[in-house]
Design a binder for this molecule. Structure first.
Ligand SMILES: Cc1cc2nc3c(=O)[nH]c(=O)nc-3n(C[C@H](O)[C@H](O)[C@H](O)COP(=O)(O)OP(=O)(O)OC[C@H]3O[C@@H](n4cnc5c(N)ncnc54)[C@H](O)[C@@H]3O)c2cc1C
Length: 272
């Protein structure tokens, strides 16, 4: 492992700055991460690097993953995507709705941002991964590697090192988002839908600042009961409680969300 000390820390307690660890294999990365205490992980660094640079984060250790051999994509069934694969790479191989979710409009960020970072920072992949029933492989506490469903992963708090994400190919999928034009930032709302062998799955993201994406069981139940896309979409507000944030008001989100869900479901229907 390459390891060196960065100088110039502003505090007496960390006079030598954080230790920077650059593992060169997955096993080294897992070992360097340990239980994650005091460690900031850098995937593509699009979010965490400015935080480190400007002193919003001052960890004891920085774990840089770019050389850790965690970027492999195995295009099989399931599709397995390593944590440091970029969103641009993911968009080329993933099924819908994941491919569209990965195609974030900021071209430079798409080429630099990683799958693991997106998952941990509450990015746009979350609803697409939920409707695909994705499984996440991670390491950390409790000690060892864990493979768990995406919703269990998102519900769990505490440090973990994402290693890879697995998804099965659905029968069909669609992803829609509402964005402010020309804003180099997150969307106002995201909706992912997928038809799998056992039914239609629906999930919503960006309903509030830093919100974790959620599945929409009321919409799914309505569809399973034979409701039209329009009627089923109305049930989304039973599952999702939009909030105000700097990008949009709760009022706006409540108005737009059922429309977005109905459009996504119509797109899914059009793929029959
Ligand atoms: C201009 C701009 C536009 C953006 N637009 C969008 C957008 O449209 N949609 C969107 O979803 N996001 C957007 N982002 C946010 C961000 O770039 C992406 O979400 C990106 O995927 C984050 O990945 P990263 O590898 O750069 O994360 P990093 O910055 O490396 O890390 C982000 C967080 O995840 C942790 N982390 C990283 N990798 C791992 C891992 N393997 N295991 C555990 N923890 C890890 C870090 O410690 C940190 O807490 C935008 C950012 C910018 C600057």
């Amino acid at each position: 492992m390459n390891s060196h000390i960065v100088s110039g820390a502003p505090t007496a307690a960390l006079a030598h700055g954080p230790e920077v660890m650059v593992p060169t294999s997955p096993a080294e990365a897992i070992s360097a991460f340990g239980d994650g205490t005091g460690t900031s992980v850098v995937g593509g660094g699009t979010v965490v690097t400015p935080m480190l640079t400007h002193g919003y984060l001052w960890p004891e250790r920085v774990l840089m993953l770019h050389a850790a051999g965690l970027g492999q994509i195995v295009d099989g069934s399931p599709l397995e995507v390593g944590a440091t694969a970029t969103l641009a790479q993911l968009a080329k191989v993933a099924p819908e709705p994941l491919a569209s979710a990965a195609r974030i409009p900021d071209y430079e960020i798409r080429g630099q941002a990683t799958v693991g970072g997106n998952l941990c920072v509450g990015g746009d992949l979350q609803p697409a991964l939920i409707v695909l029933g994705a499984r996440v492989r991670s390491a950390g506490e409790p000690k060892g590697q864990h493979v768990e469903g995406i919703e269990d992963f998102l519900a769990r708090t505490g440090p973990r090192l994402v290693l890879s994400v697995q998804v099965e190919h659905p029968l069909a999928g669609a992803y829609l988002e509402q964005r402010r034009r020309h804003a180099h930032t997150y969307p106002v709302l995201t909706v992912a839908v997928a038809r799998r062998t056992d039914g239609i799955y629906v999930a919503v993201g960006r309903q509030a600042e830093q919100a974790v994406a959620v599945s929409c069981p009321s919409v799914e139940r309505a569809l399973a009961g034979g409701a039209s896309a329009q009627d089923a979409a109305g049930a989304v507000l039973d599952d999702v409680q939009p909030e105000d944030d700097p990008l949009a008001s709760a009022w706006y989100r409540r108005r737009v969300l059922p429309v977005l869900v109905a459009r996504a479901l119509n797109q899914l229907e059009g793929q029959r």
